[in-house]
Design a protein around this ligand. Structure first.
Ligand code: E4P
Length: 216
């Protein structure tokens, strides 16, 4: 399973990539807006920092606009994956862009039927937003499980990118469900590596070593 960071923060991405466990990044218009920087130089910097796929989202809502923006985003760097929303025009744009060899991450997926159509249109990634479903008292992980099963049974090659991750349990459950990618905020990545028993154990080892007064 690949780990992506769900951020447009250059400092978070540099730190994540230096850790050696980050395979890519997802952005969206809200995450880009948070950075308060001109769009082009920001995303060019992100594409240079991250060795893997960088999802950049269109903001047009009509087919022609999405295709035009998708082609522009695609030319920014070879690792760009164009993000299109899961609407009627978004599906058409997936089919069109995919036909031109442009990889698409279909975003804002909230149902298995949407995911089925997106795979048929040829999406490279499908992004079910599980945290936002949890927020409205639906079990988001059920959607991730359903999509993984449908794609496996039907032989679709679209990769399941579990998105809208809120906590480490989401990551564990998405991994168990068979998601190909989990994209998470930097804070969740930090939570993944922390354990109080690790900190306590290390403290005890170092205290005992200090009492010995030796050097390695
Ligand atoms: C995914 O690509 C989205 O950017 C993201 O996961 C949305 O997460 P949110 O629901 O925390 O905004």
């Amino acid at each position: 399973m690949k780990i992506f960071l769900d951020t447009a923060s250059v400092s978070e991405l540099k730190e994540g990539v230096a850790l050696g466990v980050v395979d890519g990044v997802t952005t969206n218009p809200s995450l880009i807006a948070k950075e308060k920087r001109p769009f082009r130089p920001l995303v060019e910097e992100i594409c240079a920092i991250v060795p893997g796929d960088v999802s950049l989202e269109v903001v047009a809502t009509d087919f022609e606009g999405m295709v035009k923006e998708g082609e522009e985003l695609h030319h920014i760097a070879p690792n760009v994956v164009v993000k299109c929303p899961l609407t009627k025009d978004g599906l058409k744009a997936v089919k069109h862009l995919t036909g031109k060899g442009i990889r698409v991450n279909q975003t804002l997926c909230f149902s298995a039927t949407q995911a089925l159509l997106s795979a048929k249109a040829g999406a490279y990634y499908i992004s079910p937003f599980l945290g936002r479903l949890d927020d409205i008292a639906h079990v988001g992980m059920d959607l991730v499980r359903d999509i993984c099963e449908i794609y496996r049974v039907q032989g679709f090659t679209t990769q399941v990118l579990a998105a809208s991750i809120r906590n480490p349990l989401h990551v564990v459950d998405a991994a168990k469900a068979g998601a190909h990618v989990v994209t998470m905020p930097f804070a969740v990545l930090e939570q993944l590596m922390k354990h109080p028993l690790t900190d306590l154990g290390l403290k005890k080892f170092l205290d005992d070593w200090a009492k010995l007064g030796e050097k390695i």
